[in-house]
Design a protein around this ligand. Structure first.
Ligand code: TMP
Length: 205
């Protein structure tokens, strides 16, 4: 097994796409549609997601996302970073090394947006994710927080959630403005959104 430096500097043969957005923006559906379309085009594409299905990812789902009480945001950020590195090591890099197209439903921008919105310094989040490989293209499916909350029909305090979702979207939008994320209008019908994503990916492929 290569060491950490070897791993992150390893030449990627495949193509790495990540799909980002607020909860309820349709990102899982779109990531799966993209994989399907790429396969129809003859590419060897695979779907993957964060939190991952590895041990740390499962731990996050159980104790951070569905636990009784929210863990500290620093712990959250560290766990997501640890899960990400396992995800890269065990799933993303082996697939890229075989020349596959990897479509990840969430990646580092989720940590920057969610843990950043919860008050953590973006530089520190980037630092603990220093060994995360860069995606070839990062897509942000943009849906207004109000719409997303209606879709999710959340039971918690609507204002609290709306406030959080707005903060998360703001961080994502800052990366759109920096040119790191490609914004796709997620308010359109499902297949139109899928077409826009496929066009953006095709340009980058
Ligand atoms: P999901 O709904 O896409 O499965 O994502 C699960 C939740 O995890 C979602 O609310 C966003 C959150 N999350 C973070 O807060 N930081 C991260 O780094 C990742 C990958 C997810």
């Amino acid at each position: 097994m290569p060491n950490v430096e070897g791993l992150t500097s390893m030449k990627k043969k495949g193509f790495f796409i990540c799909i980002e957005g607020l909860d309820g923006c349709g990102k899982t559906t779109q990531a799966r549609l993209l994989v399907k379309k790429l396969r129809q085009m003859g590419f060897d594409a695979v779907y993957t997601a964060e939190p991952s299905c590895g041990k740390i990812g499962r731990f996050i789902k159980k104790y951070c996302l569905h636990g009784e009480k929210r863990v500290s945001v620093v712990v959250e950020a560290l766990l997501f970073a640890a899960d990400r590195f396992e995800h890269i090591e065990n799933e993303i890099l082996p697939a890229l090394d075989k020349g596959k197209i990897v479509v990840s439903d969430r990646y580092i921008y989720s940590s920057l947006a969610y843990q950043g919105a919860a008050g953590l310094d973006l530089k520190w989040i980037k630092m603990i994710n220093k060994h995360a490989i860069e995606p070839n293209i990062a897509i942000f499916i943009d849906v207004e927080p109000e719409i997303v909350l209606q879709r999710l029909r959340r039971k918690k305090s609507v204002m609290e959630n709306l406030e959080t979702q707005r903060k998360v979207r703001k961080v994502y939008m800052d990366f759109v403005h920096k040119g790191e994320l490609v914004k796709i209008d997620g308010n359109k019908p499902k297949m139109k959104v899928a077409k826009a994503i496929f066009e953006a990916v095709s340009k980058a492929l």
